[in-house]
Design a protein around this ligand. Structure first.
Ligand code: WTA
Length: 634
């Protein structure tokens, strides 16, 4: 199983990487052996990027829940901790051994079966980060039901649309939720509102998390604890074909109706499992913590499927980084002696902004590796992460990937790849990134930039958009035939390192130059006192387009000419005078989606003074921010 133990230098990475591309099928055959299959595949892959038809480990039979639970127990590790759950309040944590988790998963799987949930049926999970969410995910996988996790902060309308799109049969939720200061998130009430308009839902299962009174419909609604009160604690895993669906996960994309990204069983699990071990340098006995929510792909691949298939101890956190104070993450690392810590740059910036006093009184010596995902990490927070959190002693893996890719595609190999702050470095084994021109020509050589696409399939690749295969082809394959188009722009520097420059929709064109938002934001971030920046293009009489920057300062600082000039100097130095923003607005915060991505669409409107037509702002983590930004401009 330990394939990479012999890779201890960049040279060896390059040799192995080359091999993984040249004999890709042998490579993946070998990797797939890390899992237990009921029946071995007879063909490694078949992929057609014109028709969008992708299959891996064809003819193989496997069960994801078996691979995440039973096999470890059969190997004698049933008493090891599978999940450490840390609640919203600091004195509240629980843990589950593999034996305990298997029992709970089997019980809930039987409860679902009692409600007539069968292989292939869709089950919607609308919950906060409580242990039952992970249990429900694995229970669905056990019986071959397809889970669709809907992030617990979505409104009832968003929930309704996602349920209807994939016609879920059962909805699992909780009474109310707690998250940071918010002590009453009305999960069941939102679910009730949604279910009024979801004809496919036959039953709603409700976890009692807080004990707050909620309305229960005696025909439809069932308490979780009652649903499992009379069931067997054994449930035979369903034998699934490698290409049977494992889950659907909705991603909003930049515009339009949410896409139901569909992943299947065998290839996804091989990919999540293998990347988790290599990228996080995971060794048995390590305590691994990914701070993402299970409502996102990061939670699916790197809280549940990757870590548990590797017999990890995975930490699941219900709360937020600033509750009860800004030291919460580091307190948890200290309390549970976390070895690998994986988070988003947006969280790091929010914490960095509050100063080091929240970190200094914590013992972080257990940390061996730090990771980031979700957006480009800029040099200041990379350095802060490395020095203040990692004490200059932990490799940082800046991992680039997407909901659609199932797992990490571009990343350093820890302790092997020399890193550069802000670069996701090199492709993972078996992954062939290319940069394309607008016309779809491959750009060769180094020190170039273009549109990021992937040549050839990998096992974790999504298989379709649920119910809309045509859209799958249109979005990802039709623009550049023969490639999977990521929608991101990237630069390959003179050493061949990849730098993600942001979503292509966000590329700025100023006086004929193409400039990535991430590049300008990175340069602004280097000015003293800047906590975070977002840039957008707006229509300009002379230049066609000009750049407008929204800048948030470190807590306690006020904008002045010095900061203003430093920002301009930094952009000039890092990129060139053509990228200097024409307007700089200092704002209290930035509009972000619930997964922490800046919503530039809204800033674009604001920069053009069009405050009336901001479009849908309900998917923002905090819609109130928009008003604060507008009033800070006046
Ligand atoms: C962005 C999250 C720069 C990128 C796993 C991508 C990143 C989108 C990075 C996918 C990174 C993710 N550096 N940009 N390390 N990681 N992105 O689907 O634009 O929520 O296309 O998946 O996030 O976001 P998604």
């Amino acid at each position: 199983m330990k394939i990479n133990d012999n890779i201890d230098s960049l040279e060896k990475y390059k040799i192995s990487y080359k091999k993984s591309i040249q004999s890709s099928e042998n490579f993946w055959d070998e990797k797939a052996e890390r899992l237990n299959w009921y029946k071995k595949w007879n063909k490694t892959k078949s992929s057609d990027f014109v028709k969008g038809e992708i299959e891996w480990f064809i003819g193989g039979e496997i069960n994801a829940s078996y691979n995440c639970l039973d096999r470890h127990i059969e190997n004698g590790f049933g008493n090891e901790i599978a999940i450490i759950w840390e609640g919203n309040d600091p004195d509240h944590s629980r843990s589950f051994t593999y034996n305990e988790l298997l029992k709970k998963v089997s019980e809930f799987a039987n409860a679902l079966k009692d409600l007539n949930v069968k292989k292939g049926d869709r089950v919607c999970l609308y919950m906060q980060m409580i242990p039952e969410l992970a249990i429900a995910v694995l229970a669905c996988a056990r019986i071959g039901a397809v889970h669709s996790v809907v992030f617990g902060a979505f409104s009832s309308d968003s929930l309704r649309d996602r349920i209807n799109d994939s016609k879920c049969k059962v909805l699992v939720t909780q009474d109310t939720g707690v998250r940071g200061e918010k002590q009453n998130i009305f999960m069941k009430k939102n679910a009730d509102n949604a279910v009024k308009e979801t004809p496919s839902i036959n039953h709603v299962i409700v976890v009692r998390r807080t004990g707050e009174p909620v309305h229960m419909d005696n025909k439809k609604d069932i308490w979780w604890h009652e649903a499992i009160s009379n069931v067997s604690s054994k449930c035979k895993p369903e034998k699934m074909s490698s290409e049977d669906p494992l889950f659907i996960l909705y991603t909003s994309g930049s515009t339009g109706k949410p896409k139901g990204v569909m992943h299947t069983t065998g290839g996804y699990l091989v990919y999540a499992s293998y990347t988790h071990e290599i990228v996080f340098d995971y060794k048995p006995g390590d305590i691994y913590w990914c701070t993402a929510d299970l409502g996102w792909i990061t939670g699916h691949s790197y809280i549940v499927y990757g870590p548990l298939s590797n017999r990890a101890t995975t930490l699941m956190f219900e709360g937020v980084p600033n509750y009860p104070d800004y030291g919460r993450f580091w307190e948890i690392v200290d309390k549970h002696k976390v070895n690998q810590f994986y988070t988003a740059p947006t969280a790091l910036r929010a914490l960095m902004k509050e100063g080091n006093k929240w970190v200094n009184n914590k013992d972080l010596r257990s940390l061996r590796l730090l990771g980031t995902v979700g957006e480009p990490i800029k040099e200041p927070e990379w350095n802060w992460y490395s020095r203040i959190i990692g004490k200059n002693n932990c490799p940082i893996v800046d991992t680039w990937w997407q909901t659609e890719t199932g797992g990490i595609l571009i990343t350093p190999i820890p302790n092997v790849t020399p890193t550069k702050p802000g670069s996701a470095t090199f492709p993972f084994f078996g992954i062939e990134p290319v940069l394309l021109t607008d016309e779809g020509e491959e750009i060769l050589g180094n020190n170039v930039s273009g549109l990021l696409a992937i040549k050839n399939s990998w096992p974790g690749q999504m298989r379709t958009i649920y119910g809309d295969h045509k859209r799958f082809i249109d979005v990802y394959f039709s623009k550049f035939p023969g490639y999977y188009f990521t929608g991101d722009g990237a630069k390959r520097d003179r050493d061949g390192y990849y730098w993600i420059t942001g979503r292509v929709d966000d590329i700025l064109c100023v006086s004929g130059h193409n400039i990535g938002t991430a590049e300008v934001e990175g340069a602004i971030g280097k000015a003293n006192g800047v906590a975070e920046a977002a840039v957008v293009g707006y229509t300009h009489d002379v230049k066609g387009h000009a750049i407008c920057a929204f800048v948030t300062l470190m807590t306690g600082l006020e904008p002045d000419d010095m900061i203003y000039n430093q920002i301009l100097d930094s952009v000039t130095k890092e990129i060139g005078p053509h990228a200097k923003p024409d307007k700089i607005h200092f704002t209290p915060s930035l509009p972000k989606t619930r997964s922490g991505k800046i919503m530039r669409r809204i800033l674009r409107k604001i920069s053009e003074g069009d405050f009336e037509n901001l479009g849908d702002i309900t998917t923002l983590a905090d819609p109130g921010i928009v008003k604060d930004i507008i009033s800070s401009l006046r």
